[in-house]
Write a protein that binds this ligand. Sequence first.
Ligand code: FAD
Length: 280
Amino acid sequence: MIPPIADRFVAGETAEEAIDHATALNRKNVKAIVNLLGEHYHEAAPAAEDRDRYLQLIRDVDASGADAAVSVKPSQIGIDVGEETFRENLRDIISIGDSRDVFVWVDMEDHETTDITLDAYEDFARQFEGGVGVCLQSNLERTREDLERVADVPGKIRLVKGAYDEPKDISYKRKEKVNEMYRRDLEFMFAEFEAQAGIAVGSHDPKMIDYAIELHDEYGTDFEFQMLMGVRDDEQERLAREGYEVYQYIPYGGKWFSYFYRRIRERKETLLFEVRAVIG
Ligand code: FAD
């Protein structure tokens, strides 16, 4: 059982609970991206276990009829074990996703993993002709070049500001600068991406949401919004009602505590108040 408050951000401990949440969201025209929590495995065995859980998750999503993609972290399926292990596990997941028509997202972790993750994305996106997406982070200086590289790849790119504390010689540290880069990267995507390269705006920031809509009106490029479960849920539903394509990222699994803790730290003021109200 996920305790109160945490259950706003995490759908449950089981895939069934996550898929039930996705099905309920679908009724409000919000689509789902289901994520099994887990990261930083340094041995092949736990990476293979989570790969298998993803294979089963994809079968379950398919059987449920839910409109749901999945999203996986590279360090959860073996990037810290070795590139080959990571690629084999990812290929298995994308391959079953392809056969069941379930889209597979690859989250992006810290800068030491970017090359291997992006190389795998490009190869599999071309091999499976879409059906796979990857996240890129505007706080990294390299991202503009990475966007140029993937502009004609048949897949999808989720643009986020970046959640990792990166070294200052390769990243932007000031919030204003990251916001400026996010806007610049978004404009590049709307203006330059080929039709087969999809755009996902991964942000809760009202300014970036408005800017994406402006860019869409200017360039006519298709795109989708992506936000996290429990963060601006009303806004997700409002955008869906307005006719935009909206996906909610839905984490689940036994390893929920550190994810929940991160969400709490981001929004200390509001959430600590609620935690106190529940624990008395
Ligand atoms: P911020 O820059 O944090 O905030 C800007 C404004 O947004 C705030 O002033 C407020 O108005 C609004 N806002 C933000 N958070 C809240 C909140 N909790 N409640 C109410 N309003 C809020 N990062 C990675 O590095 N790799 C990934 O693979 C990755 N995947 C992601 C997938 C999705 C679907 C999403 C939404 C984010 C992902 N991230 C990932 C995290 C991302 O990099 C940012 O750290 C995170 O989204 C915070 O940035 P922001 O643009 O949402 O808003």
